[in-house]
Design a protein around this ligand. Sequence first.
Ligand code: PEP
Ligand code: MG
Length: 323
Amino acid sequence: QQPPLHAIKDAPCVTTDGTPILLLGNISGAADLDLVFANGGQGAGLLRTELLFMSKPGFPSEATQYAFYKAAALEAKGKPVTIRTLDVGGDKQLPYFRMEPEQNPFLGYRAIRICLDEWKDIFRTQLRAILRASASGPLSILFPMITNGEELQAAKSLLEAEKQALRREGIAFDEGIETGIMIEVPAAALMADMLAAECNFFSIGTNDLCQYTMAADRMHPKVAALYDPFHPGFLRLVAQVIAAGHAHHIHVGMCGEMAADPRATQLLLGMGLREFSMSAASIPAVKSRVLQTSMEQAVALWQQVQTMRSAQDIIQYLQEKVP
Ligand code: PEP
Ligand code: MG
């Protein structure tokens, strides 16, 4: 018997043995934070900045972006907000910028790949605006679609250049601001141990990571059955990323849809995940699972699931074990 959702909203988010679990919201701007807090969320694990860019007639200026990020920092009232830098391309287009048609847009020119290349100035403006807003609350910066260490280093050095410029100009920002990467490309997931040494946190983007690992388009109805985050190979990859991050003492969160799936909550806890970010509406159901789980149970569940050879077996087992 599950407790009513309204009853669990204000309860501390801990497992039955007292392990604290952070549940955060995926948002597109300050206005979404209300609903996150109303549902018991503790901040924003993913602020997608695409909507800001899509909603304007052209690339938003530094001033516009600064106001937008600062509003999120203030609205969060001391709780953390992770701002992801521009992630366009693939399925996300800007109305005022025509991108070359591609045969495989998801495998093409998108996100950090554009930002480190043709849109370097736009990227730098965004970094500067986020840094300035970090003086108003605990923000962190998240780079999407990182595929190798060189991209991470290039993004970090642009960030460092913007920090230097702000210092020179005497403009305040949070010197301790953390920098993390989305783990959503299998190559990055497989070398997570190395990337962990070069950033402050990981956020596992299961939407893209699953489609790339399964070689199945996340939007294509005819391969929808293959796109399954309960595939044993995918679960291994996720567990490996969590372990690699923790071995290097960085924090690891998940912001893809899998984080919002209550069927996966115990399993992810068993792998060691302690931070989940999802749409506000999904928070109560996931929280309810957390409140009913002991870590011992979760670890045993994950151990058992590792002996299984198909997503179907795993899902069936989870449904029996965690009704
Ligand atoms: C993801 O890929 O899991 C993710 C959260 O990013 P998006 O859905 O915005 O691509
Ligand atoms: Mg993604």
